[in-house]
Design a protein. Structure first.
Length: 315
Protein backbone atom coordinates (compact mmCIF):
# COMPACT_ATOMS: atom_id res chain seq x y z
CA UNK A 1 0.00 0.00 0.00
CA UNK A 2 1.17 3.55 -0.74
CA UNK A 3 2.12 5.66 2.31
CA UNK A 4 -1.32 6.23 3.77
CA UNK A 5 -3.01 8.51 6.27
CA UNK A 6 -6.47 7.81 7.64
CA UNK A 7 -8.58 10.88 8.46
CA UNK A 8 -11.87 11.29 10.32
CA UNK A 9 -14.64 13.85 9.76
CA UNK A 10 -16.14 16.29 12.22
CA UNK A 11 -19.54 17.88 12.73
CA UNK A 12 -21.69 18.42 9.68
CA UNK A 13 -20.99 14.95 8.25
CA UNK A 14 -23.91 13.31 10.06
CA UNK A 15 -27.08 12.05 8.41
CA UNK A 16 -30.04 10.00 9.58
CA UNK A 17 -29.37 6.36 8.74
CA UNK A 18 -25.61 6.55 9.11
CA UNK A 19 -24.09 3.28 10.25
CA UNK A 20 -27.28 1.24 9.83
CA UNK A 21 -26.14 -0.79 6.82
CA UNK A 22 -22.83 -1.33 8.61
CA UNK A 23 -24.50 -2.64 11.79
CA UNK A 24 -26.79 -4.86 9.73
CA UNK A 25 -23.87 -6.40 7.83
CA UNK A 26 -21.02 -6.65 10.38
CA UNK A 27 -21.23 -7.97 13.97
CA UNK A 28 -18.25 -5.85 15.06
CA UNK A 29 -20.07 -2.70 13.93
CA UNK A 30 -23.30 -3.83 15.61
CA UNK A 31 -21.36 -4.42 18.83
CA UNK A 32 -19.79 -0.95 18.60
CA UNK A 33 -23.18 0.76 18.45
CA UNK A 34 -24.49 -1.42 21.30
CA UNK A 35 -21.42 -0.52 23.33
CA UNK A 36 -22.11 3.17 22.74
CA UNK A 37 -25.73 2.75 23.87
CA UNK A 38 -24.59 1.01 27.06
CA UNK A 39 -21.88 3.55 27.86
CA UNK A 40 -24.05 6.62 27.30
CA UNK A 41 -27.22 5.12 28.77
CA UNK A 42 -29.54 5.96 25.87
CA UNK A 43 -30.30 4.78 22.35
CA UNK A 44 -27.58 6.53 20.37
CA UNK A 45 -27.80 3.80 17.73
CA UNK A 46 -31.51 4.45 17.24
CA UNK A 47 -30.76 8.14 16.81
CA UNK A 48 -28.12 7.37 14.18
CA UNK A 49 -30.27 4.87 12.32
CA UNK A 50 -33.72 6.49 12.60
CA UNK A 51 -33.33 10.10 13.75
CA UNK A 52 -35.11 12.45 14.13
CA UNK A 53 -32.66 14.69 12.30
CA UNK A 54 -33.00 17.67 14.64
CA UNK A 55 -32.03 15.49 17.62
CA UNK A 56 -29.12 13.93 15.76
CA UNK A 57 -27.92 17.36 14.63
CA UNK A 58 -27.81 18.66 18.23
CA UNK A 59 -24.12 18.91 19.07
CA UNK A 60 -24.51 16.97 22.32
CA UNK A 61 -25.74 13.97 20.28
CA UNK A 62 -23.98 14.56 16.98
CA UNK A 63 -20.51 14.39 18.49
CA UNK A 64 -20.80 10.88 20.04
CA UNK A 65 -22.81 9.72 17.00
CA UNK A 66 -20.06 10.66 14.56
CA UNK A 67 -17.36 9.19 16.79
CA UNK A 68 -19.26 5.89 17.08
CA UNK A 69 -19.91 5.61 13.34
CA UNK A 70 -16.27 6.33 12.48
CA UNK A 71 -14.96 3.81 15.01
CA UNK A 72 -17.47 1.17 13.82
CA UNK A 73 -16.15 1.64 10.29
CA UNK A 74 -12.56 1.41 11.49
CA UNK A 75 -13.23 -1.77 13.47
CA UNK A 76 -14.79 -3.38 10.40
CA UNK A 77 -11.65 -2.50 8.42
CA UNK A 78 -9.41 -4.00 11.10
CA UNK A 79 -11.55 -7.15 11.34
CA UNK A 80 -11.42 -7.61 7.56
CA UNK A 81 -7.70 -8.34 7.75
CA UNK A 82 -6.84 -5.89 4.97
CA UNK A 83 -3.39 -4.34 5.61
CA UNK A 84 -3.84 -0.82 6.97
CA UNK A 85 -0.40 0.40 8.18
CA UNK A 86 -1.23 4.09 8.73
CA UNK A 87 1.69 6.49 8.47
CA UNK A 88 -0.50 9.11 10.20
CA UNK A 89 -4.02 9.66 11.45
CA UNK A 90 -5.81 12.98 11.79
CA UNK A 91 -9.32 14.28 12.32
CA UNK A 92 -11.15 17.51 11.58
CA UNK A 93 -12.18 19.11 14.90
CA UNK A 94 -14.37 16.44 16.57
CA UNK A 95 -12.79 13.89 14.21
CA UNK A 96 -9.56 14.25 16.14
CA UNK A 97 -11.11 12.09 18.86
CA UNK A 98 -11.68 9.26 16.38
CA UNK A 99 -8.04 9.62 15.34
CA UNK A 100 -6.90 9.41 18.97
CA UNK A 101 -8.93 6.23 19.53
CA UNK A 102 -7.46 4.63 16.39
CA UNK A 103 -3.96 5.65 17.50
CA UNK A 104 -4.44 3.91 20.86
CA UNK A 105 -4.13 7.16 22.81
CA UNK A 106 -7.74 7.17 24.05
CA UNK A 107 -10.09 4.29 24.85
CA UNK A 108 -13.37 4.30 22.93
CA UNK A 109 -15.49 4.34 26.10
CA UNK A 110 -13.58 7.32 27.50
CA UNK A 111 -13.73 9.07 24.12
CA UNK A 112 -17.52 8.67 24.03
CA UNK A 113 -17.98 10.19 27.46
CA UNK A 114 -15.54 12.96 26.62
CA UNK A 115 -17.18 14.03 23.36
CA UNK A 116 -20.61 13.89 24.98
CA UNK A 117 -19.29 16.34 27.58
CA UNK A 118 -17.57 18.38 24.86
CA UNK A 119 -20.93 18.69 23.12
CA UNK A 120 -22.61 19.71 26.36
CA UNK A 121 -20.18 22.50 27.24
CA UNK A 122 -20.16 23.77 23.64
CA UNK A 123 -23.96 23.84 23.57
CA UNK A 124 -24.03 25.68 26.89
CA UNK A 125 -21.46 28.19 25.66
CA UNK A 126 -23.56 28.74 22.54
CA UNK A 127 -26.56 29.55 24.70
CA UNK A 128 -24.57 31.91 26.92
CA UNK A 129 -22.66 33.55 24.07
CA UNK A 130 -24.62 33.00 20.84
CA UNK A 131 -22.53 33.27 17.72
CA UNK A 132 -22.43 32.35 14.07
CA UNK A 133 -20.18 30.85 11.43
CA UNK A 134 -19.82 31.37 7.68
CA UNK A 135 -17.77 29.79 4.91
CA UNK A 136 -15.79 32.29 2.82
CA UNK A 137 -14.87 31.13 -0.68
CA UNK A 138 -12.26 32.57 -3.01
CA UNK A 139 -10.19 34.71 -0.64
CA UNK A 140 -6.62 34.07 0.48
CA UNK A 141 -5.93 33.41 4.16
CA UNK A 142 -3.97 36.61 4.83
CA UNK A 143 -6.66 38.87 3.40
CA UNK A 144 -9.40 37.11 5.35
CA UNK A 145 -7.38 37.27 8.58
CA UNK A 146 -7.01 41.03 8.06
CA UNK A 147 -10.76 41.30 7.40
CA UNK A 148 -11.53 39.50 10.68
CA UNK A 149 -9.13 41.73 12.58
CA UNK A 150 -10.73 44.85 11.09
CA UNK A 151 -14.27 43.66 11.88
CA UNK A 152 -13.28 42.78 15.44
CA UNK A 153 -11.62 46.17 15.98
CA UNK A 154 -14.64 48.04 14.64
CA UNK A 155 -17.27 45.97 16.49
CA UNK A 156 -15.41 45.33 19.74
CA UNK A 157 -16.27 42.43 22.03
CA UNK A 158 -15.00 38.95 21.24
CA UNK A 159 -15.20 39.63 17.53
CA UNK A 160 -14.67 37.16 14.69
CA UNK A 161 -11.79 34.89 13.71
CA UNK A 162 -10.77 32.39 11.06
CA UNK A 163 -11.93 29.07 12.55
CA UNK A 164 -11.38 26.37 9.91
CA UNK A 165 -8.67 26.57 7.25
CA UNK A 166 -10.34 23.85 5.19
CA UNK A 167 -8.58 24.18 1.84
CA UNK A 168 -7.01 26.97 -0.23
CA UNK A 169 -9.79 29.46 -0.88
CA UNK A 170 -12.21 27.88 1.61
CA UNK A 171 -12.03 29.19 5.17
CA UNK A 172 -14.78 29.25 7.80
CA UNK A 173 -15.03 32.32 10.02
CA UNK A 174 -16.61 32.24 13.48
CA UNK A 175 -17.63 34.72 16.14
CA UNK A 176 -20.21 37.21 17.34
CA UNK A 177 -23.03 37.82 14.88
CA UNK A 178 -22.43 41.55 14.29
CA UNK A 179 -18.70 41.12 13.78
CA UNK A 180 -19.23 38.10 11.53
CA UNK A 181 -21.75 39.99 9.39
CA UNK A 182 -19.30 42.87 9.01
CA UNK A 183 -16.46 40.47 8.16
CA UNK A 184 -18.65 38.83 5.52
CA UNK A 185 -19.41 42.20 3.91
CA UNK A 186 -15.74 43.23 4.01
CA UNK A 187 -14.71 39.88 2.55
CA UNK A 188 -16.99 40.44 -0.43
CA UNK A 189 -15.55 43.92 -0.89
CA UNK A 190 -12.03 42.43 -0.89
CA UNK A 191 -12.87 39.87 -3.57
CA UNK A 192 -14.48 36.85 -1.91
CA UNK A 193 -16.51 34.84 -4.40
CA UNK A 194 -19.15 33.81 -1.87
CA UNK A 195 -19.92 34.08 1.84
CA UNK A 196 -22.18 31.24 2.97
CA UNK A 197 -23.77 31.42 6.46
CA UNK A 198 -23.75 28.07 8.25
CA UNK A 199 -26.84 26.78 10.05
CA UNK A 200 -25.31 26.91 13.54
CA UNK A 201 -25.64 29.10 16.65
CA UNK A 202 -22.35 27.95 18.19
CA UNK A 203 -19.21 29.86 17.25
CA UNK A 204 -16.81 26.91 17.29
CA UNK A 205 -13.05 27.46 17.38
CA UNK A 206 -13.42 31.07 18.48
CA UNK A 207 -13.00 33.11 21.69
CA UNK A 208 -16.72 32.53 22.37
CA UNK A 209 -15.74 28.98 23.39
CA UNK A 210 -13.43 30.20 26.19
CA UNK A 211 -15.81 29.21 28.99
CA UNK A 212 -16.46 25.86 27.33
CA UNK A 213 -12.72 25.21 27.15
CA UNK A 214 -12.29 26.06 30.83
CA UNK A 215 -15.12 23.72 31.83
CA UNK A 216 -13.92 20.97 29.50
CA UNK A 217 -10.39 21.12 30.91
CA UNK A 218 -11.62 19.42 34.09
CA UNK A 219 -12.89 16.40 32.14
CA UNK A 220 -9.74 16.26 30.03
CA UNK A 221 -7.49 16.27 33.10
CA UNK A 222 -9.33 13.25 34.54
CA UNK A 223 -9.43 10.97 31.47
CA UNK A 224 -6.76 8.24 31.10
CA UNK A 225 -4.55 8.82 28.05
CA UNK A 226 -1.69 6.88 26.46
CA UNK A 227 1.15 7.79 24.14
CA UNK A 228 -0.14 7.40 20.56
CA UNK A 229 1.00 4.29 18.69
CA UNK A 230 0.39 6.06 15.37
CA UNK A 231 1.37 9.72 14.84
CA UNK A 232 -1.71 11.95 15.26
CA UNK A 233 -1.44 15.23 13.35
CA UNK A 234 -2.98 17.94 15.53
CA UNK A 235 -5.52 20.54 14.41
CA UNK A 236 -3.90 23.35 16.37
CA UNK A 237 -0.28 22.91 15.28
CA UNK A 238 -0.54 20.73 12.14
CA UNK A 239 2.21 18.60 13.67
CA UNK A 240 2.13 15.20 15.42
CA UNK A 241 1.12 14.93 19.06
CA UNK A 242 4.00 13.12 20.75
CA UNK A 243 3.01 12.92 24.42
CA UNK A 244 0.05 12.64 26.77
CA UNK A 245 0.64 16.24 27.87
CA UNK A 246 0.46 17.37 24.24
CA UNK A 247 -2.84 15.54 23.77
CA UNK A 248 -4.43 17.07 26.88
CA UNK A 249 -3.34 20.54 25.78
CA UNK A 250 -4.67 19.94 22.26
CA UNK A 251 -8.10 18.82 23.50
CA UNK A 252 -8.60 22.04 25.47
CA UNK A 253 -6.86 24.52 23.16
CA UNK A 254 -8.66 23.13 20.11
CA UNK A 255 -12.00 24.57 21.28
CA UNK A 256 -10.81 28.17 20.89
CA UNK A 257 -8.17 27.68 18.17
CA UNK A 258 -8.54 27.28 14.39
CA UNK A 259 -8.54 23.91 12.68
CA UNK A 260 -5.50 24.03 10.40
CA UNK A 261 -6.66 21.33 8.03
CA UNK A 262 -4.84 22.62 4.96
CA UNK A 263 -1.55 22.74 6.84
CA UNK A 264 -2.19 19.29 8.37
CA UNK A 265 -2.67 17.67 4.98
CA UNK A 266 0.32 19.52 3.55
CA UNK A 267 2.45 18.26 6.45
CA UNK A 268 1.44 14.64 5.81
CA UNK A 269 2.14 15.00 2.09
CA UNK A 270 5.56 16.47 2.89
CA UNK A 271 6.29 13.33 4.94
CA UNK A 272 5.59 11.15 1.90
CA UNK A 273 1.86 10.35 2.22
CA UNK A 274 0.25 9.77 -1.18
CA UNK A 275 -3.09 8.19 -0.15
CA UNK A 276 -5.59 9.84 2.21
CA UNK A 277 -8.52 7.68 3.30
CA UNK A 278 -11.48 9.34 5.02
CA UNK A 279 -13.22 6.99 7.49
CA UNK A 280 -16.64 8.25 8.51
CA UNK A 281 -20.00 9.41 7.18
CA UNK A 282 -20.11 11.33 3.88
CA UNK A 283 -16.96 12.47 2.07
CA UNK A 284 -16.46 16.10 3.09
CA UNK A 285 -12.76 15.73 3.88
CA UNK A 286 -12.10 13.81 0.67
CA UNK A 287 -13.21 16.80 -1.39
CA UNK A 288 -11.07 19.16 0.70
CA UNK A 289 -8.04 16.87 0.50
CA UNK A 290 -8.18 16.80 -3.29
CA UNK A 291 -8.31 20.60 -3.41
CA UNK A 292 -5.39 20.91 -1.01
CA UNK A 293 -3.11 18.72 -3.14
CA UNK A 294 -4.14 17.50 -6.57
CA UNK A 295 -1.36 14.88 -6.57
CA UNK A 296 -2.99 13.02 -3.67
CA UNK A 297 -5.16 9.98 -4.07
CA UNK A 298 -8.10 10.73 -1.78
CA UNK A 299 -10.98 8.35 -1.08
CA UNK A 300 -13.68 7.79 1.52
CA UNK A 301 -15.10 4.85 3.45
CA UNK A 302 -18.51 5.74 4.82
CA UNK A 303 -20.68 2.66 4.40
CA UNK A 304 -20.64 -1.02 3.42
CA UNK A 305 -20.04 -0.16 -0.25
CA UNK A 306 -16.99 1.90 0.72
CA UNK A 307 -15.72 -0.96 2.89
CA UNK A 308 -16.11 -3.45 0.03
CA UNK A 309 -14.38 -1.14 -2.43
CA UNK A 310 -11.42 -0.56 -0.11
CA UNK A 311 -11.01 -4.24 0.75
CA UNK A 312 -11.05 -5.03 -2.96
CA UNK A 313 -8.18 -2.61 -3.43
CA UNK A 314 -10.10 0.17 -5.11
CA UNK A 315 -9.91 3.85 -4.22
Amino acid sequence: MSPTAFVFPGQGSHYVGMGKDLADAFPVARDTFRQADDILGFGLSRLCFEGPEDELRDTINQQPALLTTSIALWRVLVASGVPLQPAFVAGHSLGEYSALVVAGALDFADALRLVRERGRVMKEAGQTHPGAMAAVLGLDDETLEAVCHEATTRQGGMGVVCANYNSPGQVVISGEVAALDMAGALAKERGARRVIPLAVSIASHSPLMKEAAEAFAMSVSAVPLHAPQIPVVANVTARPLSSVADIRNEMVTQLTSPVRWTASVQYMVAQGVTLLVEVGPKDVLTGLNRRIDATLTATSIGDTAGIARFIAGGT
